[in-house]
Design a protein around this ligand. Structure first.
Ligand code: C5P
Length: 244
């Protein structure tokens, strides 16, 4: 597979065309951003770690009947994915209160939620990805009721599967963001990435009750390098993948 012209550059990834019109080449970058891109830093090794972590998670999800856009990892920092018609949505699932849920609703970080919370944010840089509801999305023509009737249950199934996967490596899945799109045959598929950039992951191995962040909150909060935490997630997932 040949890597051709660059189609798009985001904060953490670059997208390239390939000689197959149905397949795109994704390069994972070392850049970490936070606060709507205001905070930015390069971490050597982050691209390799996130490429591998996403690949392992998408493979573990596939084994649980959840398909994604992933075709295969091609080298340390790149993977091939199916070309998709993406919904311009950040789909957030929350199991424990953290981040914007706490600031918006005035609750303590760490509060267990009685049910998982599903939220949608419209991808729009100028508006800083506003929080939207089902009616907003249908009224604006971003998706149809029928799309949402497929997107929401798939998002909840992904949450259940990810809770199980992370529990097996002694990590609590606090919340995460995913993206979805339709493949050329119309199938709804999980896309983008699932990495410590896009999830809040709390270590459950003994830390005397102290929250040990294994995710991008380390960077958001200026708590030091993200690399040891991302390596920890990677090595635990590699072990899990071997045993499954
Ligand atoms: O910031 P907030 O609390 O809404 O984030 C919820 C979850 O979604 C977190 O796991 C965060 O890492 C993820 N997220 C993301 N990309 C964004 C916004 C949130 O991966 N642009």
């Amino acid at each position: 597979m040949e890597k051709l012209e660059k189609l798009y550059e985001g904060k953490a990834k670059q997208l390239y065309a390939t000689d197959d019109p149905e397949i795109l080449w994704v390069e994972y970058k070392n850049t970490a951003t936070a606060g709507d891109g205001e905070k930015k830093e390069d971490f050597t090794g982050k691209g390799r770690l996130n490429n591998l972590i996403t690949t392992i998670i998408f493979d573990l999800l596939k084994a649980r009947g959840i398909n994604s856009h992933l075709v295969k990892r091609v080298n340390d920092t790149a993977q091939l994915v199916r070309k998709m018609d993406m919904f311009p949505l950040e789909i957030v699932l929350r199991n424990t209160a953290a981040g914007h849920f706490c600031s918006r609703l005035g609750v303590e970080e760490g509060l267990p939620l009685k049910e998982p919370v599903l939220e949608y944010f419209l991808k729009n840089d100028e508006l800083h990805d506003p929080f939207v509801n089902d009616d907003d999305l249908v009224a604006l023509g971003v998706c149809t009721r029928e799309d949402l009737a497929e997107i929401a249950p798939l998002a909840r199934r992904i949450n259940e599967a990810l809770i199980d996967i992370f529990a097996k490596i002694d990590v609590k899945l606090v919340d995460f963001k995913i993206e979805m799109g339709r493949a050329s045959d119309g199938t709804l598929l999980l896309a983008d990435e699932i990495t410590p950039d896009s999830c809040r992951l709390w270590d459950q191995r003994d830390h005397s009750g102290k929250v040990e962040h294994l995710d991008k909150d380390l960077f958001r909060r200026g708590l030091g390098s993200i690399i040891p935490a991302y390596e920890e997630i990677e090595s635990r997932l590699v072990e899990l993948a071997k045993s499954e």
